[in-house]
Design a protein around this ligand. Structure first.
Ligand code: AMP
Ligand code: MG
Length: 355
């Protein structure tokens, strides 16, 4: 992946709730604040706030972000095909048959996954598709009829796991192809696609001359530059209280600048069977939903990597999880299933309540 530097800050929706607190604008200009949102990508709403010289400038920036995120959504989609484009569904459909030529961004994303497959000891694995599909189907069945909350059998999980073969993924950057060597293999890049797409869209859209912005895409927050209200120097990002009875309850508030803030959690995408909650983040070693935490929030430089890291940190046992975060120069806040909160030193420094 191209490690393009991004400047960021946070605002939110859903997982991370944006509280409004800004600071002086480094440019010292007279920028106005604008905001917009759009739907239809990565199963979430994308919210954009930015300080721009004028409405037209903001609109060009926002349209660039939206256009790019729509393109990347289509490229990383595993459920639909699109005219004139090979995407990850095409790669899945050709499993066991032939390599598929895809756009460079798909090669970059899968290469990033490969790197982090190794770094996380296999906790995040882009070839878990067959196993994730089983859980996905059970979750959907519950969503269409909550009396249908059931847990897949061990046999079903075992059969799916047989098709999750990381070594069966061949990435050829020269030919720009992806190949799943065995029939039935299936990619799923849900753990990082959103954060990665938001990162590329943000970086590339800066060419429109807007540098003070917040982009929030379902648990992935990117902010860049200092907000130009001339009053504050930090953005405030609320970390949602898992399973809060009313919206807008925060477990804590982070005051950040130039940072990607990414949360993985079990409290938004889950289903219930026999009174037990089954989240959407699956531990490859048990084939079951990870359940040590309700959420893990990563503070990092890049939203693509932070997104991978949030999913991995959500799966790994706490000592390993913390080591992974710290060894990779990130910060994190863990909200355990029993409500306990832990945070790295760097995170404590920006937390309202623990900081
Ligand atoms: P996130 O919300 O970023 O933690 O991503 C969760 C999504 O990642 C799930 O909905 C799945 O699509 C995918 N996923 C779940 N478990 C794993 C895993 N162990 N490795 C890779 N992807 C996973
Ligand atoms: Mg993630």
């Amino acid at each position: 992946m191209r490690n393009r530097k991004r400047n960021v800050l946070g605002w939110l929706t859903g997982w991370l709730v944006p509280l409004v607190l800004f600071t002086g604008c480094t440019g010292g200009g007279t920028a106005e604040k604008y905001s917009t949102h759009f739907y239809g990508v990565f199963d979430t709403v994308v919210e954009i706030q930015a300080y721009a010289e004028n409405q037209e400038s903001f609109q060009r920036f926002a349209e660039s972000v939206e256009t790019r995120m729509r393109e990347l959504h289509q490229l990383f989609d595993i459920y639909h095909t699109y005219d004139g484009m090979n995407n990850l569904k095409t790669v899945n459909d050709q499993a066991g048959k032939k390599p598929v030529q895809v756009a460079e961004e798909a090669i970059d994303l899968l290469s990033l996954y490969s790197e982090w497959y190794t770094k996380t000891g296999g906790a995040v694995d882009p070839t878990l598709g067959p196993l994730l599909a089983v859980w996905h189907d059970y979750r959907e069945a519950y969503q269409s009829d909550p009396s249908q909350g059931r847990v897949p059998s061990e046999e079903e999980l075992e059969a799916a796991a047989q098709l999750c073969v990381f070594s069966g993924l061949e990435i050829d950057p020269e030919a720009s192809t992806l190949y799943l060597k065995h029939p039935g293999m299936r990619l799923d890049v849900g753990a990082a696609a959103k954060g990665y797409a938001a990162q590329l869209a943000a970086e590339e859209s800066s060419k429109e001359g807007v540098f003070s912005y917040l982009i929030s895409a379902g648990g992935n927050i990117i902010a860049s530059g200092a907000p130009c209200d001339g009053r504050r120097s930090k953005w405030a990002v609320g970390i949602q209280q898992p399973f809060a009875e009313t919206a807008g309850q925060y477990a804590d508030v982070l005051y950040v600048t130039d940072c990607a803030v990414v949360t993985s959690g079990d409290y938004q995408r889950y289903y219930v069977a026999d009174g037990k909650i089954y989240g959407h983040i699956i531990d490859p070693t048990t084939r079951m939903p990870a359940e040590e935490y309700h959420s893990v929030t990563i503070l990092g430089e890049y939203s693509g990597i932070s997104d991978l890291l949030s999913t991995a940190a959500f799966i790994l046992p706490y000592p390993e999880s913390r080591r992974l975060v710290e060894e990779n120069g990130a910060d994190a806040i863990w909200i355990f299933s029993d409500g306990r909160i832990e945070a790295t030193e760097g995170a404590v420094q920006v937390m309202r309540d623990l900081g």
